[in-house]
Every structure is written in C-alpha cells, then in structure tokens.
Design a protein around this ligand. Sequence first.
Ligand code: PLP
Length: 487
Amino acid sequence: MAKKSGKAETGLNGKTGYLDPEDWDGFRRAAHQVLDAALDKMQNVREGRVWNPLPDEMKADLLSELPEDGEGFQEVAERITELMPYTAGNTHPRWLGWVHGSGSPGNILAEIGAAAMNANLGGRDHGPIYVEQQVIQWCKHAMGFPEGASGAVVSGTSMATIVALKTAREAHIGVEARAKGVCGARLVGYCSTQTHSCAGRAFDLLGLGSDALRKIPCDDLFRMDTEALRAQIAQDRADGFQPFVVIGTAGTVNMGSIDPLGDLADICAAEGLWFHVDGAFGAAAMLAEEVRERVAPLARADSLAFDFHKWLHVNFDAGCVLIRDHDLHLAAFSHNPDYLAKAERGLSAGPAWPKDYGPELSRGFRALKVWAHIHEHGTRTLGEAVARNCAQAEYLGAKVDADGGLELMAPVALNIVCFRHLAPVDDLNVFNHEIVVRLQESGVAVPSTTRIHGALAIRVNLTNHRTSRADLDLLIDEIHRIAADIQ
Ligand SMILES: *Cc1c(COP(=O)(O)O)cnc(C)c1O
C-alpha cells in the first residue's frame, strides 16, 4: 500500500528514512580508515600509557544533545577513531589489574563479519546457529563435560551463573516453580567467603535472597573448608531449610585460589546437591597441560560458568554456561509461544534454538568471535598463554618473597599475586592504596587492590598474553620508586 504513495518512496537518494549510504565509495574509505586505526591500535599496543583517561573536553563533548539531524558516516568514523585511545588499557602488556582479557587482533575480523551478518541467535535455521553449536561442542570437550551436556554462549560468568542456578533450582523443586515460584521452599546454597559476588546476585535475581547463599569459611590457602561445609548443611537441614546447591570456584577473584573441587563433588553426590563451578577465568587452565590438574575436577560439575573474555582473550563480552544434563537445562528455560513455533521445514526448522537455554530471545552473534578465535589460535597456543601467566605469577611471587621491602599476602595458587609494600607509616592500607593509584595515574602499569583478612593488598592479576617478565620487573621497580616518593 505504501508503495502507491510515490512521495514516501523517493528511493535511496531521497532521504526519506533510508539508512544505507548514498556514497558507497566514500563509505568504503571511511570503513578502511576505521579499520586502519583499529589495526594501528592493536599493532602498537605496547607503546604509550596503559590507562589513558578521557580528556575533559571529550567528556564535555559526550554531554551533547540528542542529534535530530545525522552528521553522516565520515564524521562518525572520526568520532570512533578519536575515542579509541581512551580505554582502561587492558590490551596493554602492563595491564595487571582486574581480570580483563587482553584481546587479540583477530577479533577485529570476527566483529566486522558479525556486524555485516547482523544475525539474531535466538533461533531459526541459519548458519550462525550452527557456529554457536560448534562452540558449545568444543567447550564440552575442553572442559571434560559429557556428550549429552548442553550449553549457551552468554554475556559472561554473571549471566552464566544465573542460568546455571535457575536450572539447579528447578532440578531441585521441579519445573512447576517456573509458574508458581518457589512457594515458600526454604532453598539454601553454599559457597565460600572468597566466592565472587555474582553468585549472591544470582540468588537475589532468582527470588531466593542472597542471604540464602551461605558463605563457608576458608582454610589458610583460601579454599572452602569442607568440614565447615558439611556442618552447615547438617545444621540447615536440622533447621528445616532445603539445601540444593554448592558453588565451588576454580580461581577465586581475590587471589586465584582453587576450592577442593573433587571433595565438593563428593559431598554433593552424597548429599544430593547440585554442584556448580565458577571457573570465570580459572577454567581456561583446562587448556594448559602444566596446570590443568589443579582445576581438572571441575569436569565433575553439574554446571560450569566461565568466560571467553578473560583468560581466553576473546573480545568483550562473551562467556559460557555448560549444563551436564541437557533435559534439565531445557526444562528450566524452554518456552514456545505461537509466534516462535518450530517447524519440520523452512526457516523455523533447524537444531535446538538457543532461546530455550537462557533468558534472552534476541541474541547477538557472540559465538562468531569465539569460534574464529579458537580456529585462529587453537587450544594449544591458548593453553600456553595460560601456562606462561602462571609461571610469571610464580616468578613474581618469588621476587616479592625475596624482597625485604615487600610482603607476599597470599600463596600464589594460579595467576594472581597479592602483596604489599612495608614501611614505617601509620597506615599500610592507605600507603599501599596510594601506591596503586599513583601507578595507575602514571600510565606505567595498572595493578588493582583487594583486601585479605581486612588488609589492603596490591593485586597483580596475570590474564594477559602480552605481559613479559621485564614488565613485572618494571612494575616492582616503580612500586619501590613511588613508595620512596610517598614516605
Ligand atoms: C569476573 C568473575 C566473575 C564475573 O564474570 P563476568 O564475566 O564479569 O560476569 C565471576 N567469578 C569470578 C571468579 C570472576 O573472576
């Protein structure tokens, strides 16, 4: 009908709501300009500062009004290029702070391809769906999960944890909970005092309340104390609660400690509880021959959450959930309104639809960058990067230990080193915090901080395939220099 009103259909050049460029040659030039800037950024990633704070005039520019008239692609290409330097710095070799992956240039290719395909990975029978299936298949294999397991590519471990714990909840009280809610069931779960906050948030979102996640104390290596866990389960049962899940961590966020995963699996089997493992970064150790054994019992989990965007260096964001029992996973999430009916043939056919394995319907093509990344590098090289970081952590730990001015604050379990600078000052916490802030501001290196038994630690996290030992030597030299300045 609209076709008839010739006026509204003046064609591509008529500026009546069409979004494709009129000047394709110009668009191509602008695209190449952005691509070159992106490649320059990646190729020169060792140069310059780690953290480049956004200049004030650019902050002001980002308060501009909602544009009614577009300025065109050339202007936007320049805007994107201008913004590129001002990131946190996690592509730099001396990004040693929070657990961020360092990325890889190959991701640029996948992101371009994904943008052009503009695929919706909710479902239907198209190529990208099979790519995600391939990624899940590979992950099952890499993580020692059985053939019958299921999974999904999600935004990250936080989302993966929600998916896993919802499946665990329904597995325990039945899928009726999807319609009726938990109906007063006093469900409780267990993690350690070192577990990431995403677990408590998942309890909150699932309507269980974060207090229902009991925080079990740790031993002196910061691993969950299994005796305390057993006692708490018994206590909760005696008090009329319904324990349903134990969350173990392979690589805690504070110091990289690894819970006794095999013991936790045994306890869960004996108690009839779901065993979930948070392997956000630590699961990547499954690819590294030298360290695999430390995390290997994660293969016994009922569900596993981990990230591609951390120690596997896929661009943000991309994580994964694996569920041992495919049917339970499907039962917790499948939904079939008429407008999403599947068919034997046509575009509504095809393999399992990802929308039945998590809360999202429309989903981007995150799987492409994961698939491309694994194809490009292979698991051996990705594992070698993990092993090198672990060796660097041991090197740094030993260096700190041998340095009379520094104190190691936790054993090096995997890839994280927590320490502080000693000094005759009133407050070591304030002193070490100041060292870290000055380091970040200097642009030389970016460690972060955490607290260990209340004491502030300089936290060096090595999930960076670009870091060398020389970078770590420079870090320690700078810490001493800044400490001398402050005193
Ligand atoms: C980063 C992290 C998370 C959260 O993962 P996101 O991908 O940021 O959602 C959970 N657990 C651990 C141990 C982490 O390091």
